[in-house]
Ligand binder design. Structure first.
Ligand SMILES: Nc1ncnc2c1ncn2[C@@H]1O[C@H](COP(=O)(O)OP(=O)(O)OP(=O)(O)O)[C@@H](O)[C@H]1O
Ligand SMILES: [Mg+2]
Length: 596
């Protein structure tokens, strides 16, 4: 497969910019060839001037003419240089924008399993440095390639036309420059890359120490943290020094090669200057040669740079392709069949469901039960018993390996994803809040301006027992959360996540231990309010507390990946089993004064 396939699509849209860049660059490079010629004409004018003030004036007029022409050429070049910058760099920025957008859109459709494989840092480096490398190889890479080839060809043609033998004599060292750039240049890049990786590790170590500062203090681990950080610094320094050494050889060597050509010109050109009159090269001719030589040095290096930048860009686009070409593991049907009737007696049903993660054995091994409209079903199991896994199957954050999950009687895989997820709200075990305002966090499921839904948001916050707290914040619902805003307590976060779910007006509300950080009294306030506010909404809630589970109509207990008990809380309390155990432990804990 062509590694550039995604790139080409976006590149084609910008081809007029690119064509403009090429045209401007070619013109600049051609005009550049005229400058040494004009220089030669001006100097020859002086050399050939006869004696006497009249001749001097004539020579001066000639020099002024050539100088004026040079000025005109340079002015034209200035304008055209702006053109090629806009062309090449503008094109590369636009393609980068399109690629970045495509990347972001792709990531939004990806399945959680994908994010388990690719780590966050990895994704970020693709989004930042790989995209930058692609942009560079597009803008800078194309520019240096085209500039290098045309400048070298044009210049050599003009030099050969002036003196073929001299050209051959002086250009040999120059030809080694691209070889050097490619070989030693690779060493430079390897070291740069290794140094970059070590710097990443260093900032990773620092970030972790800072965010874990409290734990580090609590365990008095400062010394060992300092030592760990010191080691990372030393590794980075060692690698950076190697880079310095390689670069200290690389750049001077480049200029030595360029200088050798200059030296050869002094020697062979000098011999030509010294020939008897008639055969000798004019001073103007010599100066012109020198000007050509000077202007070819950079393009010869540029050819090497462009090959490096191509290699870098190719590696990066390959890494990006891995994301672009990843298949979203979960896809819904594109054609929306008419949605099933909501006048049924089951909202959610699990039918012999098996499920698990990646290559690990099944966590769920044949779970079957149903949830009816308006019914509250509690879900209990030991730690790691598969409760979260089960909840994730309903909105298809994960798919069942075997069996079926149905919403309103239809297999969830037959629902268009958007429609399915609009009907289900999940409050995750670890609530996630965005660094936005309280209002924006609550109205997250709404596409329009959050302000339009202010009343509903307040209502949802009231139900979640959050309104008073929010009203007490300095800017109320407009208060920013997170990083640079207010930080909420665990229980407040949970209630905010709950308000977000209530606001979404789902048919099915999934609460994954959503009251774990809320005390029993608050929970007992929220639950009835939730019931009255959301009549007919089915609730499936995970909890580790009997007091919470007793609020439910039914409780399902999972053991060994299967349903071990299913009944009203009172029924389950009459039976030996996990629920009874939980209740006994909680009761004992209360007796000894350990509020759970
Ligand atoms: N992302 C994951 N990748 C691989 N295995 C996982 C993943 N998440 C959970 N598991 C495994 O699946 C099993 C069930 O986990 P799950 O989170 O569903 O349990 P749980 O009942 O919600 O536990 P808890 O009561 O602690 O919340 C555990 O053994 C866990 O190790
Ligand atoms: Mg869980």
């Amino acid at each position: 497969m062509n590694p550039f396939r995604h790139l080409i699509v976006h590149f084609k849209k910008e081809r007029s910019l690119f064509a403009m860049g090429v045209a401007a660059l070619l013109t600049v490079d051609f005009a550049q060839q005229l400058l040494p010629q004009l220089l030669k004409l001006a100097i020859d004018e002086l050399q050939n001037a006869g004696p006497g003030p009249a001749a001097a004036r004539a020579a001066l007029a000639g020099v002024l003419l050539w100088a004026g022409l040079q000025l005109a050429v340079v002015a034209l070049q200035g304008a055209l240089r702006w053109g090629w910058r806009m062309g090449f760099f503008g094109m590369s920025r636009k393609v980068e924008y399109a690629l970045r957008r495509q990347l972001f859109e792709k990531l939004l459709t990806m399945h959680p399993a994908f994010f388990r494989k690719l780590r966050l840092g990895d994704l970020l480096s693709r989004a930042m440095s790989d995209l930058a490398a692609v942009r560079e190889s597009l803008g800078f890479g194309w520019m240096t390639l085209i500039d290098g080839v045309t400048m070298v060809c044009f210049t050599i043609v003009f030099m050969v036309r002036a003196n073929a033998l001299l050209t051959a004599q002086i250009l040999a060292p120059m030809l080694l420059i691209p070889v050097l750039v490619v070989t030693l240049g690779r060493k430079v890049r390897e070291n740069q890359r290794a140094a970059q990786d070590l710097l990443d590790a260093l900032s990773q170590a620092a970030t972790e120490s800072f965010s874990g500062a409290r734990v580090i203090h609590a365990y008095a681990r400062q010394e060992s943290e300092i030592e760990r950080f010191g080691r990372a610094c030393l590794a980075y320094r060692a690698r950076s020094m190697r880079l310095v050494v390689v670069e200290a050889v690389y750049w001077p060597l480049l200029w030595v090669l360029a200088g050798s050509s200059e030296l050869l010109l002094m020697h062979y050109g000098g011999l030509l200057l010294g020939l008897p009159p008639g055969k000798a090269m004019s001073v103007g001719g010599f100066v012109m040669f020198q000007a050509y030589l000077a202007q070819i040095t950079w393009p010869v290096m540029a050819l090497g740079f462009s090959s490096n930048s191509y290699v870098k860009g190719r590696v990066s686009i390959g890494r990006l392709n891995e994301v672009y070409d990843a298949e979203p593991a979960v896809t819904g049907p594109l054609q929306a069949a008419p949605e099933p009737s909501t006048r049924q007696d089951t909202v959610l049903s699990f039918i012999n469901v098996h499920g698990g993660y990646d290559a690990a054995p099944d966590v769920l091994r044949g779970v079957s039960f149903t949830v009816r409209p308006g019914e509250w079903v509690g879900l209990a199991s030991r730690l790691g018993g598969g409760k979260t896994t089960l909840l994730r199957l309903a909105p298809r954050l994960e798919d069942a390996r075997l069996g079926e999950v149905r919403l309103w009687g239809r297999d969830v895989r037959a629902w268009p994803l958007k429609a399915l997820r609009r009907r289900i709200a999940l409050v995750a075990q670890e609530p996630f809040l965005f660094s936005e305002t309280v209002l924006e966090n609550i109205t997250f499921s709404y596409d329009g301006d959050p302000q339009d839904r202010f009343a509903e948001a307040v209502e949802a916050a009231r139900i979640a027992d959050l309104h008073e707290m929010v009203a007490g914040l300095p800017q109320g619902y407009a208060t920013l959360l997170g990083e640079k805003g207010v930080n909420l307590s665990g229980g407040q976060k949970q209630r905010l996540a709950l308000a977000r779910a209530i606001f979404a007006r789902p048919d099915l509300l999934l609460l994954d231990d959503a009251f774990s950080a809320v005390d029993t009294a608050t929970e007992e306030r929220i639950a009835p309010a939730l019931r009255t506010a959301l009549p007919g909404v089915a609730v499936l809630m995970v909890s580790h507390r009997v007091s919470t589970l007793r609020l439910c109509d039914r409780v399902v207990v999972l053991e060994d990946g299967r349903v071990a008990a299913d009944g009203t809380p009172d029924e389950l309390l009459q039976q030996e089993g996990y629920f009874f155990e939980m209740a006994r432990r909680e009761f004992l804990a209360r007796r000894v004064g350990l509020e759970t």
